[in-house]
Design a protein around this ligand. Structure first.
Ligand code: PRT
Ligand code: ZN
Length: 225
């Protein structure tokens, strides 16, 4: 798809994963000239272009072969994969590595005033989330009939605003849930950032470059342990 023989890597432009992605590329020895507004940054010492986009677009760019590699949270990867599977669009990627940043969990939560609740309480309830595919699959597995309300932001205020009975959102420290008077329940997915590759990548030069970078990546991970 790309008209270039340079390896294309998609990373998040602005957000929680951006800094760690940039640091990782630096640790791998990839020199970049990152100017704030640029969509594409060209490496000055390797045949690599870095595409800076919204995290939600990264799995699709890699699945469609627009980019060869991508760094994205497993939460976004699994959600996009499920959505594309349902639509019958290619959804496979090769997962090259789980990275040691971007950890979070996708968990259920409900208003504190209700006190402790078990899974059966969710029967017939409305749950607000940015991850309707992952949530729907979990509800199906658990045999719970509940409806999902898709919100792309401010999920934690949905119960208070009367939009839903409960939420299913990403949690890291738990401070946001607490600040919004919510109790955390079951974790339905644990997530880290991960490095993914287009599964049909065959260009020998690109594969050779990836093979050169992977031992460096393992070295960076080991050095942190
Ligand atoms: O603009 P773009 O679409 O690229 O970014 P975004 O706003 O969709 O995503 P962003 O930058 O918020 O997060 C990018 C990725 O970081 C996520 O997809 C996760 O893989 C990972 N990540 C890790 C998190 C968190 N931790 C996290 N805590 N993403 C979001 N949160 C939010 C959560 O949604 C909630 O609002 O932080 C709040 C909870 O945090 P705590 O610490 O209060 O529990
Ligand atoms: Zn996003």
């Amino acid at each position: 798809m790309s008209n270039t023989n340079r390896l294309r890597i998609a990373i998040q432009k602005g957000g929680r994963l951006s800094k760690d992605c940039q640091d990782l590329l630096k640790q791998l020895g990839v020199k970049l000239n990152l100017r704030e507004q640029r969509l594409i940054a060209h490496s000055t010492n390797m045949p690599i272009d870095v595409l800076r986009v919204r995290d939600d677009d990264i799995p699709g760019l890699v699945m469609d072969g627009v980019c060869d590699l991508g760094i994205v949270g497993e939460n976004v990867l699994v959600e996009v994969q499920a959505e594309r599977e349902r639509q019958g669009v290619p959804s496979e990627v090769s997962k090259l590595a789980k990275l040691d940043f971007g950890y979070c969990r996708l968990a259920l939560a409900w208003p504190q005033e209700l006190g402790p609740r078990d899974k059966s309480w969710f029967e017939g309830k409305r749950i607000a989330t940015t991850y309707p595919e992952i949530l729907t699959q979990w509800l199906k597995r658990e045999g719970i009939n509940a409806s999902t309300v898709m919100l792309t932001g401010s999920v934690e205020v949905a119960p208070r605003a009367g939009l839903s009975d409960a939420i299913c959102d990403l949690v890291s420290t738990g401070a946001t849930l607490e600040a919004n008077g919510l109790i955390q329940g079951d974790t339905i997915l644990e997530s880290n950032a991960c490095l993914i590759q287009n599964k049909d990548l065959q260009d020998e030069d690109k594969l050779a470059l990836i093979n050169k970078l992977m031992p460096r990546l393992r070295g960076v991970k080991q050095a942190k342990e």
